[in-house]
Design a protein around this ligand. Structure first.
Ligand SMILES: [Zn+2]
Ligand SMILES: [Zn+2]
Length: 275
């Protein structure tokens, strides 16, 4: 936690305008870590995991994970969010209370990528799309992170060639080029459970089109830590960390580099998922 606090202090100096968001990150992390400690999963079958990865199916599809009883936790996440933002709390709270009977189904819809019918039904002026998604993600993330730590040692990453996360099936929200003895290896970070996995450099993680040479990217004259990899087939982009010297968590990397996304969006590329 101290390392994180040190990193946050440095980030606040570099990005004064994001100070409240960094404080929110710490408060959310504390809440999520406490919640995570209470979660338990029964044992996993290594063979089943191997088979499922070989078949290209994210492990969550076979997990029987329990999404009931998460209302209190969503409320706790909401309180933290409201504390650090300018959200009109009373109106948003009413909207949240209205959606709680549907919460297990909403979480299921989001987790299993079943579209957004229920989520859309609960979006309103007092509870906009991006805030509702933020709350849903932050409610699910500790459960999924814990699930990932339980199954990750059984995953053969060499058998996983897909652009979605092998654990939960969600798209990556960030990429990283890490130094390795044979050059730089590309890794993707899952936008939901934060698992990272190696991925081909010549392939788009979203439409999985394979290029003959390095995919096109946007670089920035004053920015040596990030670049943006773009795909001209599906018109999407993924932000890529080139130097993560402070070894910051992917969420903080993402929040601290929003200007990079803005440039790609202005050029007409779409962002598929954020961290
Ligand atoms: Zn995932
Ligand atoms: Zn693509």
């Amino acid at each position: 936690m101290n390392d994180v606090q040190d990193n946050i202090d440095k980030l606040k100096v570099e990005n004064v305008h994001l100070s409240a968001y960094y404080d929110m990150y710490l408060a959310l992390k504390e809440l999520q870590d406490t919640y995570k400690e209470k979660i338990q999963f029964s044992s996993f079958n290594d063979d089943e995991i191997r088979q499922q990865i070989l078949a290209g199916k994210p492990l969550i599809l076979n997990s029987g994970i329990d999404l009931s009883g998460m209302t209190t936790f969503l409320m706790d996440i909401f309180k933290v969010y409201a504390q650090f933002t300018s959200l009109k709390t009373d109106e948003a709270l009413t909207a949240i209370e209205k959606l709680t009977p549907d919460l297990p189904e909403i979480l299921e819809e989001f987790l299993y990528l079943k579209g957004d019918t229920l989520i859309k039904a609960h979006v309103s002026d007092s509870l906009p799309d991006e805030i509702l998604i933020f709350l849903i993600k932050n409610t699910l993330t500790p459960l999924l992170e814990k699930y990932s730590t339980c199954v990750i040692s059984s995953i053969d990453f060499d058998s996983w060639e897909r652009g979605c996360c092998p654990v939960c099936g969600h798209p990556p929200g960030l990429a990283e080029l890490r130094k390795s003895p044979s050059g730089r290896q590309r890794y993707l970070f899952c936008s939901l459970c934060h698992t990272s996995w190696p991925f081909q450099r010549l392939k788009c993680p979203f439409c999985e089109k394979l290029e003959e040479k390095e995919t096109e990217y946007l670089s920035f004259p004053d920015e040596e830590n990030y670049r943006v990899d773009v795909c001209n087939s599906c018109n999407s982009f993924i932000k890529t960390v080139i130097n993560n010297n402070a070894e910051l968590p992917p969420v903080l990397l993402d929040w601290s580099s929003q200007y990079v996304d803005d440039t790609a969006i202005q050029k007409g590329y779409k962002r598929v998922a954020s961290m």
